[in-house]
Design a protein around this ligand. Structure first.
Ligand code: ATR
Length: 273
């Protein structure tokens, strides 16, 4: 079997080994997929060792995605824009290549799994960290009618808006603090890590209208704090990030194996695990 793994710290709760073994079963690909906890001070050594012993591909998660991007000698265009990598492999010349499948993951989940059209939609994204930068390119590729990036630290939102405005001159892009956002929006995406601490980004409730679709990039067994808040303020539909997690995994699997697994049964299985 060809060897793949996810690298992070901590890593024991990662769902990636389960997801990829379901993909391998389903597609009949000879894939073995494990989880590796890299020491915080030696991500590079862990990656080198993995490929030296014949490993074929890595997924990378918290806190190493930026390091993975820096380490790679070659980056796909979408990884370049994302500023972080969640997928690594060696190309035919044995160069380490960095890719990022997170953005494709959220777009496929919204558009294909949930039937939410982003084309022409007024989009609000909360947060301006690595997770948000990772998905902005593919979201903008869907040609939303406009995009507002709101963040606690406004300068970080402004920096992202400037960076992505260069490649997307036709789409109105703006940045502001949470309190300044004026709604309602068609789609609101929470990309802050506030919910990890049970916090809510303090956006005015009028960002949510009767037709607003809300997507929390986090996932949990119960409705997330942000999604509950959105439902309480009348959101039409709310989704968490489980589908995105499976979709980014499917895209990585396809980058490595050339086969795109079917995702809906895998999402269902994970939901009931
Ligand atoms: P990630 O990889 O998850 O994006 P990050 O780069 O540290 O991690 O970014 C975390 C994001 O969540 C940032 O947008 C952060 O806001 P700041 O840029 O102002 O730090 C946001 N965030 C974290 N905790 C938050 C909280 N309690 N309330 C609101 N926003 C929060």
């Amino acid at each position: 079997n060809d060897l793949y793994a996810v690298v992070g710290n901590p890593i024991s709760h990662s769902k990636s080994p389960r997801i990829h073994s379901l993909f391998a079963q389903q597609t009949g690909e000879a894939v073995e997929y494990t989880a590796i906890q890299a020491p915080l001070d030696d991500f590079a050594g862990t990656v080198r060792h993995f490929f030296e012993r014949g490993g074929k591909g890595l997924n990378v998660t918290v806190p190493f995605k930026e390091q993975a991007w820096t380490l790679a000698g070659h980056r796909t265009h979408r990884a370049e824009l994302a500023g972080a990598a969640n997928t690594l492999y060696l190309d035919q010349e044995n160069r380490l290549v960095a890719d990022n499948t997170d953005g494709v993951g959220i777009v496929r989940d919204l558009r294909d799994n949930h039937g939410v059209s982003l084309s022409g939609a007024r989009l609000l994204i909360l947060g301006a960290g690595g997770a948000v930068r990772g998905v902005l390119g593919p979201l903008l590729d869907e040609q939303p009618g406009g995009l507002v990036i709101a963040n606690r630290t406004v300068t970080r939102a402004e920096a992202l808006a400037r960076l992505f405005a260069r490649e997307n001159r036709a789409i109105p892009l703006s940045a502001c603090g949470f309190e300044q956002v004026a709604g309602p929006f068609d789609v609101v995406i929470n990309g802050t890590s506030a919910s990890l601490k049970g916090d809510l980004p303090p956006v005015p409730a009028d960002v949510i209208g009767a037709n607003t679709v809300v997507y929390d990039m986090m996932y949990s067994l119960q409705t997330t704090t942000f999604n509950q808040w959105a439902l309480d303020h009348g959101a039409r539909r709310v989704f968490d990030g489980l589908g995105m997690l499976v979709e980014q995994a499917a895209e990585s699997f396809c980058v490595w194996r050339g086969v795109h697994p079917e995702t809906s049964t895998v999402i269902e299985e994970l939901r009931t695990d």
